[in-house]
Write a protein that binds this ligand. Structure first.
Ligand code: KIV
Length: 284
Protein backbone atom coordinates (compact mmCIF):
# COMPACT_ATOMS: atom_id res chain seq x y z
CA UNK A 1 0.00 0.00 0.00
CA UNK A 2 1.73 3.22 -1.11
CA UNK A 3 1.77 6.20 1.27
CA UNK A 4 1.08 9.58 -0.26
CA UNK A 5 4.15 11.81 -0.25
CA UNK A 6 3.87 15.31 1.15
CA UNK A 7 5.83 18.31 -0.01
CA UNK A 8 8.12 17.71 3.00
CA UNK A 9 8.84 14.16 1.81
CA UNK A 10 9.73 15.56 -1.63
CA UNK A 11 12.04 18.12 -0.02
CA UNK A 12 13.72 15.36 1.98
CA UNK A 13 14.22 13.37 -1.22
CA UNK A 14 16.15 16.34 -2.61
CA UNK A 15 18.31 16.50 0.52
CA UNK A 16 19.02 12.75 0.26
CA UNK A 17 19.85 13.10 -3.46
CA UNK A 18 17.01 10.71 -4.38
CA UNK A 19 15.60 11.50 -7.86
CA UNK A 20 11.90 12.45 -7.81
CA UNK A 21 9.78 10.78 -10.50
CA UNK A 22 6.95 12.78 -12.06
CA UNK A 23 4.55 12.19 -14.96
CA UNK A 24 1.44 13.84 -16.28
CA UNK A 25 -1.89 11.98 -16.23
CA UNK A 26 -5.31 13.06 -17.42
CA UNK A 27 -7.62 10.12 -16.68
CA UNK A 28 -8.50 7.46 -14.12
CA UNK A 29 -6.82 4.39 -15.64
CA UNK A 30 -3.52 6.12 -16.44
CA UNK A 31 -3.39 7.60 -12.94
CA UNK A 32 -3.97 4.11 -11.49
CA UNK A 33 -1.17 2.67 -13.67
CA UNK A 34 1.20 5.42 -12.55
CA UNK A 35 0.40 4.88 -8.89
CA UNK A 36 0.96 1.13 -9.38
CA UNK A 37 4.33 1.95 -10.99
CA UNK A 38 5.32 3.85 -7.85
CA UNK A 39 5.46 7.37 -9.29
CA UNK A 40 6.22 10.09 -6.70
CA UNK A 41 4.10 12.88 -8.23
CA UNK A 42 1.45 13.35 -10.93
CA UNK A 43 0.73 16.55 -12.86
CA UNK A 44 -2.68 17.01 -14.46
CA UNK A 45 -1.12 19.29 -17.05
CA UNK A 46 -2.90 21.69 -19.35
CA UNK A 47 -1.12 19.60 -22.00
CA UNK A 48 -4.42 17.70 -21.80
CA UNK A 49 -5.54 20.24 -24.41
CA UNK A 50 -3.30 18.56 -26.97
CA UNK A 51 -3.08 15.03 -25.59
CA UNK A 52 -6.79 14.52 -24.84
CA UNK A 53 -8.77 17.14 -26.78
CA UNK A 54 -6.63 17.47 -29.92
CA UNK A 55 -6.23 21.26 -29.66
CA UNK A 56 -3.16 22.71 -31.37
CA UNK A 57 -1.90 24.06 -28.01
CA UNK A 58 -2.81 24.68 -24.38
CA UNK A 59 -4.49 28.10 -24.68
CA UNK A 60 -8.10 26.89 -25.20
CA UNK A 61 -8.06 24.75 -22.05
CA UNK A 62 -10.60 25.86 -19.41
CA UNK A 63 -10.82 25.56 -15.64
CA UNK A 64 -13.85 23.28 -16.04
CA UNK A 65 -11.87 20.83 -18.19
CA UNK A 66 -8.96 20.88 -15.73
CA UNK A 67 -11.21 20.19 -12.75
CA UNK A 68 -12.93 17.24 -14.47
CA UNK A 69 -9.59 15.63 -15.35
CA UNK A 70 -8.13 16.34 -11.90
CA UNK A 71 -11.12 14.60 -10.29
CA UNK A 72 -10.60 11.52 -12.48
CA UNK A 73 -6.86 11.41 -11.74
CA UNK A 74 -7.45 11.80 -8.01
CA UNK A 75 -9.84 8.81 -8.10
CA UNK A 76 -7.24 6.76 -9.99
CA UNK A 77 -4.32 7.70 -7.72
CA UNK A 78 -5.72 8.36 -4.25
CA UNK A 79 -2.34 7.76 -2.58
CA UNK A 80 -0.16 9.92 -4.83
CA UNK A 81 0.84 13.60 -4.63
CA UNK A 82 -1.19 15.15 -7.48
CA UNK A 83 -0.83 18.69 -8.80
CA UNK A 84 -3.31 20.68 -10.90
CA UNK A 85 -2.00 22.93 -13.66
CA UNK A 86 -3.61 26.38 -13.81
CA UNK A 87 -4.82 26.97 -17.39
CA UNK A 88 -4.31 30.15 -19.39
CA UNK A 89 -6.73 32.86 -18.24
CA UNK A 90 -7.27 31.37 -14.77
CA UNK A 91 -4.63 33.49 -13.00
CA UNK A 92 -3.68 36.30 -15.38
CA UNK A 93 -6.45 38.78 -14.53
CA UNK A 94 -6.08 39.40 -10.79
CA UNK A 95 -4.73 37.98 -7.55
CA UNK A 96 -8.31 37.36 -6.37
CA UNK A 97 -9.20 35.29 -9.42
CA UNK A 98 -5.92 33.39 -9.15
CA UNK A 99 -6.65 32.46 -5.51
CA UNK A 100 -10.26 31.50 -6.30
CA UNK A 101 -9.21 29.22 -9.16
CA UNK A 102 -6.25 27.72 -7.29
CA UNK A 103 -8.65 26.97 -4.43
CA UNK A 104 -10.99 25.10 -6.78
CA UNK A 105 -8.25 22.56 -7.55
CA UNK A 106 -8.04 21.69 -3.85
CA UNK A 107 -11.70 22.03 -2.91
CA UNK A 108 -13.36 20.38 -5.91
CA UNK A 109 -10.70 17.95 -7.12
CA UNK A 110 -8.63 17.12 -4.04
CA UNK A 111 -5.34 18.31 -5.51
CA UNK A 112 -2.24 18.60 -3.29
CA UNK A 113 -0.74 21.58 -5.12
CA UNK A 114 -1.07 23.85 -8.13
CA UNK A 115 1.43 24.88 -10.80
CA UNK A 116 1.47 28.13 -12.73
CA UNK A 117 3.75 29.45 -15.42
CA UNK A 118 6.01 32.48 -15.10
CA UNK A 119 8.65 34.07 -12.89
CA UNK A 120 8.91 37.64 -11.64
CA UNK A 121 5.92 38.75 -13.71
CA UNK A 122 3.49 36.45 -11.82
CA UNK A 123 5.03 36.97 -8.38
CA UNK A 124 2.03 38.79 -6.97
CA UNK A 125 -0.29 35.91 -8.05
CA UNK A 126 2.05 33.32 -6.56
CA UNK A 127 2.29 35.18 -3.25
CA UNK A 128 -1.50 35.52 -3.08
CA UNK A 129 -1.99 31.77 -3.68
CA UNK A 130 0.71 30.90 -1.13
CA UNK A 131 -0.95 33.23 1.37
CA UNK A 132 -4.12 31.19 0.94
CA UNK A 133 -2.15 28.19 2.26
CA UNK A 134 -1.85 26.38 -1.08
CA UNK A 135 1.30 24.51 -2.14
CA UNK A 136 2.67 26.11 -5.32
CA UNK A 137 5.05 24.82 -7.98
CA UNK A 138 6.66 27.52 -10.12
CA UNK A 139 7.29 26.83 -13.82
CA UNK A 140 9.94 28.77 -15.76
CA UNK A 141 12.01 28.31 -18.92
CA UNK A 142 9.84 27.36 -21.87
CA UNK A 143 6.37 28.36 -20.70
CA UNK A 144 3.95 27.12 -23.38
CA UNK A 145 1.12 29.51 -22.38
CA UNK A 146 3.33 32.47 -23.35
CA UNK A 147 5.14 30.78 -26.24
CA UNK A 148 3.83 33.53 -28.55
CA UNK A 149 5.98 36.04 -26.66
CA UNK A 150 8.92 33.61 -26.66
CA UNK A 151 8.68 33.34 -30.47
CA UNK A 152 7.55 29.69 -30.35
CA UNK A 153 8.24 26.59 -28.31
CA UNK A 154 11.92 27.37 -27.87
CA UNK A 155 14.45 26.30 -25.24
CA UNK A 156 15.36 29.14 -22.85
CA UNK A 157 18.60 30.07 -21.08
CA UNK A 158 20.92 29.28 -23.98
CA UNK A 159 22.70 32.66 -23.81
CA UNK A 160 24.19 34.36 -20.74
CA UNK A 161 21.48 37.06 -20.81
CA UNK A 162 18.67 34.52 -21.00
CA UNK A 163 20.30 32.29 -18.34
CA UNK A 164 20.60 35.28 -15.99
CA UNK A 165 16.87 35.99 -16.36
CA UNK A 166 16.10 32.38 -15.47
CA UNK A 167 18.31 32.51 -12.37
CA UNK A 168 16.62 35.77 -11.31
CA UNK A 169 13.17 34.25 -11.84
CA UNK A 170 14.14 31.13 -9.87
CA UNK A 171 15.51 33.21 -6.98
CA UNK A 172 12.39 35.41 -6.90
CA UNK A 173 10.03 32.41 -6.85
CA UNK A 174 12.10 30.74 -4.13
CA UNK A 175 12.12 33.93 -2.04
CA UNK A 176 8.34 34.20 -2.50
CA UNK A 177 8.02 30.74 -0.94
CA UNK A 178 7.16 28.28 -3.75
CA UNK A 179 7.70 24.74 -2.48
CA UNK A 180 8.67 23.22 -5.87
CA UNK A 181 10.10 24.56 -9.11
CA UNK A 182 9.86 23.16 -12.63
CA UNK A 183 12.36 24.10 -15.36
CA UNK A 184 11.23 23.35 -18.92
CA UNK A 185 13.62 23.16 -21.91
CA UNK A 186 16.62 24.69 -20.14
CA UNK A 187 20.32 23.76 -20.60
CA UNK A 188 21.62 21.33 -17.97
CA UNK A 189 24.35 23.81 -16.99
CA UNK A 190 21.72 26.37 -15.97
CA UNK A 191 19.43 23.78 -14.37
CA UNK A 192 22.34 22.41 -12.31
CA UNK A 193 23.21 25.90 -11.08
CA UNK A 194 19.61 26.65 -10.03
CA UNK A 195 19.22 23.25 -8.38
CA UNK A 196 22.40 23.76 -6.35
CA UNK A 197 21.36 27.25 -5.28
CA UNK A 198 17.79 26.54 -4.14
CA UNK A 199 16.76 24.57 -1.07
CA UNK A 200 13.52 23.34 -2.72
CA UNK A 201 13.20 20.48 -5.25
CA UNK A 202 14.03 21.75 -8.74
CA UNK A 203 12.55 19.38 -11.29
CA UNK A 204 13.12 19.36 -15.02
CA UNK A 205 11.38 18.51 -18.25
CA UNK A 206 13.99 18.83 -20.98
CA UNK A 207 16.46 20.27 -18.45
CA UNK A 208 18.96 17.38 -18.37
CA UNK A 209 19.99 15.02 -15.60
CA UNK A 210 21.24 17.66 -13.14
CA UNK A 211 17.81 18.25 -11.58
CA UNK A 212 16.20 16.88 -8.42
CA UNK A 213 13.64 15.00 -10.49
CA UNK A 214 12.24 14.40 -13.95
CA UNK A 215 8.85 15.12 -15.50
CA UNK A 216 7.59 13.77 -18.83
CA UNK A 217 4.24 13.86 -20.55
CA UNK A 218 2.69 10.42 -20.23
CA UNK A 219 1.31 10.49 -23.78
CA UNK A 220 4.90 10.88 -25.04
CA UNK A 221 6.21 8.16 -22.71
CA UNK A 222 3.54 5.68 -23.82
CA UNK A 223 3.61 6.74 -27.47
CA UNK A 224 -0.04 7.75 -27.77
CA UNK A 225 0.60 11.39 -28.77
CA UNK A 226 1.80 11.55 -32.34
CA UNK A 227 1.61 15.17 -33.53
CA UNK A 228 5.25 15.88 -32.54
CA UNK A 229 7.91 14.53 -30.21
CA UNK A 230 10.20 17.00 -28.41
CA UNK A 231 13.96 16.25 -28.34
CA UNK A 232 13.90 15.52 -24.59
CA UNK A 233 11.38 12.66 -24.80
CA UNK A 234 12.13 8.97 -24.52
CA UNK A 235 9.28 6.71 -25.61
CA UNK A 236 8.86 3.64 -23.41
CA UNK A 237 5.98 2.11 -25.40
CA UNK A 238 4.16 2.41 -28.72
CA UNK A 239 0.51 2.67 -27.65
CA UNK A 240 -0.45 4.19 -30.99
CA UNK A 241 0.99 1.20 -32.87
CA UNK A 242 -0.43 -1.36 -30.44
CA UNK A 243 -3.85 0.35 -30.49
CA UNK A 244 -4.13 0.61 -34.28
CA UNK A 245 -3.04 -3.04 -34.63
CA UNK A 246 -5.65 -4.21 -32.07
CA UNK A 247 -8.45 -2.10 -33.55
CA UNK A 248 -7.61 -3.25 -37.08
CA UNK A 249 -7.80 -6.88 -35.90
CA UNK A 250 -11.27 -6.19 -34.43
CA UNK A 251 -12.48 -4.57 -37.67
CA UNK A 252 -11.14 -7.52 -39.72
CA UNK A 253 -12.71 -10.15 -37.41
CA UNK A 254 -16.16 -8.53 -37.41
CA UNK A 255 -16.04 -8.15 -41.19
CA UNK A 256 -14.82 -11.74 -41.58
CA UNK A 257 -17.49 -13.20 -39.23
CA UNK A 258 -14.84 -14.40 -36.72
CA UNK A 259 -16.19 -12.25 -33.88
CA UNK A 260 -18.25 -12.76 -31.78
CA UNK A 261 -18.00 -16.51 -31.02
CA UNK A 262 -19.91 -18.87 -28.75
CA UNK A 263 -17.95 -17.82 -25.63
CA UNK A 264 -19.02 -14.20 -26.10
CA UNK A 265 -22.80 -15.00 -26.04
CA UNK A 266 -25.41 -14.98 -23.25
CA UNK A 267 -27.51 -18.12 -24.05
CA UNK A 268 -31.12 -18.35 -22.84
CA UNK A 269 -31.70 -20.11 -19.52
CA UNK A 270 -32.45 -23.87 -19.55
CA UNK A 271 -35.90 -24.57 -21.03
CA UNK A 272 -36.43 -20.96 -22.11
CA UNK A 273 -35.36 -21.52 -25.71
CA UNK A 274 -38.16 -24.05 -26.22
CA UNK A 275 -40.69 -21.71 -24.62
CA UNK A 276 -39.46 -18.88 -26.80
CA UNK A 277 -39.69 -21.08 -29.96
CA UNK A 278 -43.28 -22.08 -29.05
CA UNK A 279 -44.22 -18.44 -28.49
CA UNK A 280 -42.79 -17.30 -31.83
CA UNK A 281 -44.58 -20.22 -33.58
CA UNK A 282 -47.89 -19.28 -31.93
CA UNK A 283 -47.56 -15.72 -33.15
CA UNK A 284 -46.67 -16.75 -36.72
O1 KIV B 1 0.85 20.90 -19.11
C1 KIV B 1 1.88 20.25 -18.92
O2 KIV B 1 1.94 19.03 -19.06
C2 KIV B 1 3.05 21.01 -18.51
C3 KIV B 1 4.37 20.40 -18.82
C4 KIV B 1 4.68 20.55 -20.26
C5 KIV B 1 5.44 21.00 -18.01
O3 KIV B 1 2.93 22.09 -18.02
Amino acid sequence: MPTKKSVLDLQQMKRRGEPITWLTAYDFPTAAFEQAAGIDMILVGDSLGMCVYGYPGTLPVTMEQCIVHCEAVRRGAPDTFVMGDMPFGSYQVSDEEAVRNAGRFLKEAGMDAVKLEGGVRVLSRIKAILNAGIVVCGHIGLTPQSSGQLGGHKAQGRTLESAKLLVEDARALHAAGVQLLLLEAVPPEVAGHIRAELAIPVLGIGAGADADGQLLIVSDVLGSFQAFTPKFVRKYADLAGVSVAALSAYVAEVRGGRFPQEEHCYRMLAGEEERFAAWTKERA
